[in-house]
Design a protein around this ligand. Structure first.
Ligand code: FE2
Length: 400
Protein backbone atom coordinates (compact mmCIF):
# COMPACT_ATOMS: atom_id res chain seq x y z
CA UNK A 1 0.00 0.00 0.00
CA UNK A 2 1.36 3.45 -0.88
CA UNK A 3 1.73 6.04 1.91
CA UNK A 4 -1.44 8.24 2.02
CA UNK A 5 -0.84 11.46 0.05
CA UNK A 6 -1.57 13.65 3.11
CA UNK A 7 1.62 12.35 4.71
CA UNK A 8 3.92 13.22 1.81
CA UNK A 9 6.32 16.15 2.04
CA UNK A 10 4.99 17.67 -1.19
CA UNK A 11 1.42 17.69 0.10
CA UNK A 12 2.36 19.05 3.51
CA UNK A 13 4.44 21.82 1.91
CA UNK A 14 1.61 22.75 -0.45
CA UNK A 15 -0.75 23.21 2.51
CA UNK A 16 1.68 25.01 4.80
CA UNK A 17 2.17 28.69 3.98
CA UNK A 18 4.31 30.97 6.12
CA UNK A 19 1.24 32.25 7.97
CA UNK A 20 -0.70 29.02 8.35
CA UNK A 21 1.04 27.93 11.54
CA UNK A 22 -1.30 28.23 14.48
CA UNK A 23 1.28 30.17 16.59
CA UNK A 24 3.49 31.46 13.77
CA UNK A 25 2.74 35.11 14.37
CA UNK A 26 3.92 34.81 17.96
CA UNK A 27 6.84 32.44 17.42
CA UNK A 28 8.17 34.39 14.44
CA UNK A 29 7.61 37.80 16.00
CA UNK A 30 11.35 38.34 16.65
CA UNK A 31 10.25 40.46 19.60
CA UNK A 32 11.43 42.24 21.66
CA UNK A 33 14.44 42.89 19.42
CA UNK A 34 12.55 43.81 16.26
CA UNK A 35 10.81 46.77 17.89
CA UNK A 36 13.84 47.55 20.03
CA UNK A 37 16.09 48.11 17.00
CA UNK A 38 13.34 49.93 15.11
CA UNK A 39 12.71 52.37 17.95
CA UNK A 40 16.34 52.56 19.12
CA UNK A 41 18.61 52.30 16.06
CA UNK A 42 21.56 53.32 18.24
CA UNK A 43 21.33 49.82 19.75
CA UNK A 44 22.17 48.04 16.50
CA UNK A 45 25.43 46.09 17.04
CA UNK A 46 28.48 47.09 15.00
CA UNK A 47 29.50 45.27 11.83
CA UNK A 48 32.60 43.39 12.95
CA UNK A 49 33.93 43.31 9.37
CA UNK A 50 34.37 47.09 9.55
CA UNK A 51 36.44 49.27 11.87
CA UNK A 52 34.46 50.16 14.99
CA UNK A 53 32.50 53.37 14.55
CA UNK A 54 33.40 56.14 16.98
CA UNK A 55 30.18 58.05 16.23
CA UNK A 56 28.54 59.62 19.24
CA UNK A 57 25.27 58.04 20.25
CA UNK A 58 26.07 54.40 19.62
CA UNK A 59 25.48 52.30 22.70
CA UNK A 60 29.15 51.55 23.24
CA UNK A 61 30.07 55.26 23.22
CA UNK A 62 29.10 55.87 26.79
CA UNK A 63 30.44 56.31 30.27
CA UNK A 64 29.77 55.33 33.86
CA UNK A 65 26.50 56.32 35.53
CA UNK A 66 27.89 59.10 37.74
CA UNK A 67 29.36 60.88 34.67
CA UNK A 68 26.46 60.27 32.30
CA UNK A 69 24.28 63.31 31.61
CA UNK A 70 21.10 61.20 31.60
CA UNK A 71 21.86 59.11 34.70
CA UNK A 72 24.15 61.27 36.87
CA UNK A 73 21.42 62.52 39.22
CA UNK A 74 19.69 59.17 39.54
CA UNK A 75 20.38 56.87 42.48
CA UNK A 76 21.64 53.86 40.53
CA UNK A 77 22.94 50.76 42.34
CA UNK A 78 26.20 51.30 44.22
CA UNK A 79 28.42 48.56 45.65
CA UNK A 80 27.08 47.66 49.09
CA UNK A 81 26.89 44.81 51.58
CA UNK A 82 23.44 45.80 52.80
CA UNK A 83 21.15 42.91 51.87
CA UNK A 84 18.06 45.08 51.79
CA UNK A 85 19.65 47.61 49.46
CA UNK A 86 20.83 44.71 47.27
CA UNK A 87 17.28 43.33 47.14
CA UNK A 88 15.84 46.72 46.20
CA UNK A 89 18.50 47.37 43.55
CA UNK A 90 18.03 43.94 41.95
CA UNK A 91 14.27 44.39 41.93
CA UNK A 92 14.15 48.03 40.79
CA UNK A 93 17.19 48.29 38.51
CA UNK A 94 17.70 44.68 37.45
CA UNK A 95 21.16 44.50 38.99
CA UNK A 96 22.93 44.97 42.29
CA UNK A 97 26.57 45.19 43.27
CA UNK A 98 27.98 43.29 46.23
CA UNK A 99 30.94 45.18 47.65
CA UNK A 100 33.90 42.93 48.56
CA UNK A 101 31.98 39.84 47.46
CA UNK A 102 35.44 38.35 47.01
CA UNK A 103 37.93 39.22 49.75
CA UNK A 104 41.16 40.77 48.51
CA UNK A 105 42.90 37.41 48.94
CA UNK A 106 40.15 35.49 47.12
CA UNK A 107 40.17 38.09 44.39
CA UNK A 108 43.92 37.79 43.88
CA UNK A 109 43.78 33.99 43.67
CA UNK A 110 40.89 34.27 41.20
CA UNK A 111 42.54 36.85 38.96
CA UNK A 112 46.01 35.26 39.00
CA UNK A 113 44.49 31.91 38.01
CA UNK A 114 42.44 33.53 35.21
CA UNK A 115 45.37 35.44 33.76
CA UNK A 116 47.70 32.45 33.87
CA UNK A 117 45.05 30.19 32.33
CA UNK A 118 44.33 32.75 29.60
CA UNK A 119 48.00 33.03 28.68
CA UNK A 120 48.49 29.27 28.75
CA UNK A 121 45.42 28.63 26.57
CA UNK A 122 46.83 31.05 23.99
CA UNK A 123 50.20 29.30 24.20
CA UNK A 124 48.48 25.91 23.77
CA UNK A 125 46.45 27.21 20.83
CA UNK A 126 43.13 26.38 22.49
CA UNK A 127 41.95 29.89 23.32
CA UNK A 128 38.46 30.91 22.31
CA UNK A 129 38.62 34.27 20.65
CA UNK A 130 35.43 36.31 20.25
CA UNK A 131 35.08 39.73 18.58
CA UNK A 132 35.11 41.25 22.10
CA UNK A 133 37.97 39.28 23.56
CA UNK A 134 39.21 35.94 24.82
CA UNK A 135 36.86 33.61 26.65
CA UNK A 136 37.96 31.02 29.19
CA UNK A 137 35.37 28.28 29.28
CA UNK A 138 34.52 25.53 31.77
CA UNK A 139 36.16 27.26 34.70
CA UNK A 140 35.24 24.35 36.94
CA UNK A 141 38.15 22.45 35.39
CA UNK A 142 40.62 25.30 35.66
CA UNK A 143 41.21 25.89 39.33
CA UNK A 144 39.83 24.87 42.72
CA UNK A 145 38.88 28.50 43.42
CA UNK A 146 36.30 28.37 40.61
CA UNK A 147 34.63 25.19 41.86
CA UNK A 148 34.30 26.85 45.28
CA UNK A 149 32.60 29.82 43.61
CA UNK A 150 30.06 27.53 41.93
CA UNK A 151 29.22 26.17 45.37
CA UNK A 152 29.15 29.75 46.70
CA UNK A 153 31.49 28.39 49.35
CA UNK A 154 32.77 31.09 51.71
CA UNK A 155 36.32 29.76 51.28
CA UNK A 156 36.20 30.82 47.63
CA UNK A 157 33.70 33.68 47.74
CA UNK A 158 33.10 35.32 51.09
CA UNK A 159 29.68 36.65 50.04
CA UNK A 160 28.53 33.13 49.09
CA UNK A 161 25.81 32.77 51.77
CA UNK A 162 24.36 36.18 50.89
CA UNK A 163 24.37 35.34 47.17
CA UNK A 164 22.58 32.05 47.84
CA UNK A 165 19.92 33.82 49.85
CA UNK A 166 19.27 36.31 47.04
CA UNK A 167 19.18 33.54 44.43
CA UNK A 168 16.82 31.44 46.54
CA UNK A 169 14.53 34.45 46.75
CA UNK A 170 14.75 35.15 43.03
CA UNK A 171 14.86 31.75 41.33
CA UNK A 172 13.35 29.64 44.09
CA UNK A 173 15.35 26.97 45.92
CA UNK A 174 17.03 24.17 43.98
CA UNK A 175 18.47 26.42 41.23
CA UNK A 176 21.51 25.13 39.39
CA UNK A 177 24.43 26.67 37.56
CA UNK A 178 23.89 27.42 33.87
CA UNK A 179 27.59 27.97 33.10
CA UNK A 180 30.70 29.62 34.50
CA UNK A 181 33.14 31.22 32.09
CA UNK A 182 35.37 34.26 31.91
CA UNK A 183 34.63 36.96 29.35
CA UNK A 184 37.53 39.01 28.14
CA UNK A 185 37.39 42.49 26.70
CA UNK A 186 40.59 42.77 24.71
CA UNK A 187 42.09 46.13 23.71
CA UNK A 188 40.63 47.04 20.34
CA UNK A 189 37.78 44.55 20.65
CA UNK A 190 34.16 45.10 19.64
CA UNK A 191 31.29 45.58 22.06
CA UNK A 192 28.89 42.71 22.47
CA UNK A 193 25.40 43.30 21.13
CA UNK A 194 23.14 44.20 24.03
CA UNK A 195 21.11 41.14 24.92
CA UNK A 196 19.21 39.48 27.71
CA UNK A 197 20.61 36.28 29.18
CA UNK A 198 17.26 34.52 29.32
CA UNK A 199 16.98 35.09 25.57
CA UNK A 200 16.53 31.38 24.80
CA UNK A 201 13.02 31.69 26.27
CA UNK A 202 12.00 34.39 23.79
CA UNK A 203 9.47 35.31 22.59
CA UNK A 204 8.15 34.28 26.00
CA UNK A 205 8.89 36.75 28.73
CA UNK A 206 8.61 36.08 32.42
CA UNK A 207 6.69 38.95 33.94
CA UNK A 208 6.83 38.43 37.67
CA UNK A 209 10.44 37.28 38.12
CA UNK A 210 13.44 36.27 36.04
CA UNK A 211 14.03 32.67 34.97
CA UNK A 212 17.80 33.19 35.01
CA UNK A 213 20.01 35.26 37.29
CA UNK A 214 23.64 35.95 36.53
CA UNK A 215 26.35 36.36 39.15
CA UNK A 216 29.20 38.26 37.59
CA UNK A 217 32.55 38.06 39.36
CA UNK A 218 34.62 41.20 38.87
CA UNK A 219 38.23 40.36 39.75
CA UNK A 220 39.76 43.63 38.56
CA UNK A 221 38.60 47.26 38.56
CA UNK A 222 36.27 48.01 35.66
CA UNK A 223 35.11 51.32 34.26
CA UNK A 224 34.42 53.20 31.03
CA UNK A 225 38.05 52.87 29.92
CA UNK A 226 38.61 49.14 30.08
CA UNK A 227 35.28 47.88 28.80
CA UNK A 228 33.12 47.91 31.93
CA UNK A 229 30.01 45.88 31.15
CA UNK A 230 27.32 47.88 29.36
CA UNK A 231 23.91 47.87 30.99
CA UNK A 232 20.62 49.70 30.52
CA UNK A 233 19.41 50.14 34.08
CA UNK A 234 15.84 48.94 34.70
CA UNK A 235 15.52 47.48 31.19
CA UNK A 236 14.32 44.24 32.84
CA UNK A 237 11.18 46.17 33.76
CA UNK A 238 10.69 47.29 30.18
CA UNK A 239 10.97 43.67 29.02
CA UNK A 240 8.49 42.48 31.63
CA UNK A 241 6.02 45.25 30.84
CA UNK A 242 6.18 44.47 27.10
CA UNK A 243 5.25 40.88 27.91
CA UNK A 244 5.60 37.82 25.70
CA UNK A 245 5.90 38.85 22.06
CA UNK A 246 5.38 42.49 23.05
CA UNK A 247 7.05 45.54 21.54
CA UNK A 248 9.67 47.82 23.10
CA UNK A 249 9.54 51.60 22.77
CA UNK A 250 12.32 54.11 23.26
CA UNK A 251 14.93 53.03 25.79
CA UNK A 252 17.17 55.12 28.02
CA UNK A 253 20.91 55.11 27.26
CA UNK A 254 23.38 52.42 28.30
CA UNK A 255 26.11 53.00 30.85
CA UNK A 256 29.42 51.29 31.57
CA UNK A 257 29.52 49.50 34.85
CA UNK A 258 31.99 50.90 37.36
CA UNK A 259 33.15 48.61 40.14
CA UNK A 260 36.24 47.82 42.17
CA UNK A 261 37.97 44.45 42.07
CA UNK A 262 36.18 41.98 44.33
CA UNK A 263 32.70 43.26 43.51
CA UNK A 264 30.08 40.72 42.43
CA UNK A 265 27.17 41.86 40.33
CA UNK A 266 23.90 39.96 40.41
CA UNK A 267 21.74 40.71 37.43
CA UNK A 268 18.31 39.78 36.24
CA UNK A 269 18.08 37.52 33.15
CA UNK A 270 15.87 40.17 31.50
CA UNK A 271 18.36 43.04 31.84
CA UNK A 272 19.90 44.38 28.61
CA UNK A 273 23.68 44.20 28.88
CA UNK A 274 26.85 43.32 26.98
CA UNK A 275 30.63 43.57 27.05
CA UNK A 276 31.92 47.11 26.62
CA UNK A 277 34.80 48.44 24.51
CA UNK A 278 38.21 48.19 26.10
CA UNK A 279 40.08 51.42 25.40
CA UNK A 280 42.96 50.55 27.74
CA UNK A 281 46.15 48.73 26.79
CA UNK A 282 45.52 45.57 28.80
CA UNK A 283 43.21 42.62 28.64
CA UNK A 284 40.28 42.77 31.09
CA UNK A 285 38.26 39.87 32.46
CA UNK A 286 35.03 39.36 34.28
CA UNK A 287 33.57 35.91 34.92
CA UNK A 288 29.91 35.19 34.47
CA UNK A 289 28.11 32.45 36.32
CA UNK A 290 24.46 32.32 35.45
CA UNK A 291 21.93 30.25 37.33
CA UNK A 292 18.62 28.73 36.30
CA UNK A 293 15.74 26.65 37.58
CA UNK A 294 16.72 23.09 38.36
CA UNK A 295 14.97 21.53 35.34
CA UNK A 296 16.27 23.91 32.69
CA UNK A 297 18.80 22.90 30.10
CA UNK A 298 22.18 24.31 31.04
CA UNK A 299 24.45 26.35 28.82
CA UNK A 300 27.47 24.29 29.76
CA UNK A 301 27.11 20.55 29.23
CA UNK A 302 29.01 19.68 32.40
CA UNK A 303 28.02 16.03 32.19
CA UNK A 304 30.50 15.76 29.35
CA UNK A 305 32.95 18.54 30.11
CA UNK A 306 33.86 18.16 33.76
CA UNK A 307 37.33 16.72 34.25
CA UNK A 308 37.37 13.23 35.87
CA UNK A 309 39.59 14.51 38.69
CA UNK A 310 37.24 17.39 39.42
CA UNK A 311 34.32 14.98 39.25
CA UNK A 312 35.83 12.52 41.68
CA UNK A 313 36.61 15.29 44.21
CA UNK A 314 33.30 17.12 43.74
CA UNK A 315 31.12 17.69 46.78
CA UNK A 316 27.42 16.74 46.59
CA UNK A 317 26.67 20.45 46.29
CA UNK A 318 29.01 20.97 43.35
CA UNK A 319 27.55 17.91 41.63
CA UNK A 320 24.10 19.41 42.06
CA UNK A 321 25.13 22.81 40.71
CA UNK A 322 26.58 21.13 37.63
CA UNK A 323 23.22 19.49 36.94
CA UNK A 324 24.30 16.01 37.94
CA UNK A 325 21.26 15.62 40.11
CA UNK A 326 18.38 14.52 37.92
CA UNK A 327 14.73 15.16 38.72
CA UNK A 328 11.43 14.27 37.16
CA UNK A 329 11.58 17.08 34.57
CA UNK A 330 15.28 17.24 33.89
CA UNK A 331 18.43 15.31 33.10
CA UNK A 332 17.13 11.78 33.68
CA UNK A 333 19.33 8.99 32.34
CA UNK A 334 17.55 5.85 31.12
CA UNK A 335 14.67 6.91 33.33
CA UNK A 336 16.85 7.17 36.39
CA UNK A 337 15.82 10.37 38.16
CA UNK A 338 12.11 10.17 37.41
CA UNK A 339 10.43 10.92 40.72
CA UNK A 340 13.58 12.44 42.20
CA UNK A 341 13.57 15.85 43.84
CA UNK A 342 16.55 17.34 42.03
CA UNK A 343 18.02 18.39 45.35
CA UNK A 344 21.48 17.90 46.80
CA UNK A 345 22.13 14.37 48.01
CA UNK A 346 18.96 12.80 46.60
CA UNK A 347 20.43 9.40 45.74
CA UNK A 348 17.60 8.68 43.35
CA UNK A 349 18.81 11.39 41.00
CA UNK A 350 22.59 11.10 41.42
CA UNK A 351 24.10 10.86 37.91
CA UNK A 352 27.78 10.72 38.82
CA UNK A 353 27.96 6.95 38.46
CA UNK A 354 26.81 7.08 34.84
CA UNK A 355 29.58 9.50 33.95
CA UNK A 356 32.15 7.44 35.87
CA UNK A 357 31.05 4.35 33.94
CA UNK A 358 31.46 6.30 30.69
CA UNK A 359 34.97 7.39 31.70
CA UNK A 360 35.89 3.81 32.56
CA UNK A 361 34.45 2.51 29.33
CA UNK A 362 32.09 0.27 31.29
CA UNK A 363 28.75 1.93 30.61
CA UNK A 364 26.24 -0.71 29.49
CA UNK A 365 22.96 0.74 28.23
CA UNK A 366 19.74 -1.21 28.04
CA UNK A 367 19.24 -1.77 24.34
CA UNK A 368 16.83 -3.83 22.32
CA UNK A 369 15.98 -6.92 24.34
CA UNK A 370 13.71 -9.83 23.59
CA UNK A 371 12.55 -12.94 25.37
CA UNK A 372 14.48 -14.69 22.64
CA UNK A 373 17.70 -12.91 23.65
CA UNK A 374 20.41 -15.17 25.05
CA UNK A 375 20.83 -15.23 28.83
CA UNK A 376 24.22 -13.48 28.67
CA UNK A 377 22.55 -10.54 26.97
CA UNK A 378 19.72 -10.34 29.51
CA UNK A 379 22.03 -10.84 32.50
CA UNK A 380 24.50 -8.07 31.65
CA UNK A 381 25.60 -5.67 34.38
CA UNK A 382 23.47 -2.87 33.03
CA UNK A 383 24.69 0.43 34.44
CA UNK A 384 21.19 1.64 35.30
CA UNK A 385 20.73 -1.50 37.38
CA UNK A 386 23.98 -0.82 39.20
CA UNK A 387 23.05 2.81 39.82
CA UNK A 388 19.67 1.82 41.23
CA UNK A 389 21.39 -0.64 43.53
CA UNK A 390 23.75 2.10 44.74
CA UNK A 391 20.80 4.40 45.41
CA UNK A 392 19.09 1.72 47.47
CA UNK A 393 22.25 1.14 49.44
CA UNK A 394 22.84 4.85 50.05
CA UNK A 395 19.24 5.29 51.12
CA UNK A 396 19.63 2.53 53.70
CA UNK A 397 22.80 4.16 55.03
CA UNK A 398 20.97 7.47 55.40
CA UNK A 399 17.96 5.81 57.10
CA UNK A 400 20.28 4.21 59.69
FE1 FE2 B 1 25.12 38.01 28.70
Amino acid sequence: MPVPVEFTLAHIKQHSSADSGIYSEFLDSREPFRSMFKNNPWLIPPDIRKPLSQAKGDYWQTTVGRKHEYWEKIDLPQPTRDINRLRTDLFEWGYCLIRDGLSSKQCKVFLDRLMDQAAAERRAGVQQQTPSGQYINSLVNKGACFALCIEQHPDGVQAGPLIEQLLNETLGPGWICHSFLANGADPGGYPQGLHIDQGPLLPWQTLEAPALVNTMFIPQDIDDQNGGTLVIPASHRVMAEAGSGGAIGELPPAINLEAAAGTIMLFDGRLLHGTGVNRSASQRFVATMSNVKSWMRQQENWIISVHPEVLSAASPKLLHRMGMQALTYGATVEGFGLGASGRVNDHWGALKQFRTALDEGSYIRVGELSMDSPAEKLDQNFTVKLVRKLAHKAEKVVVK
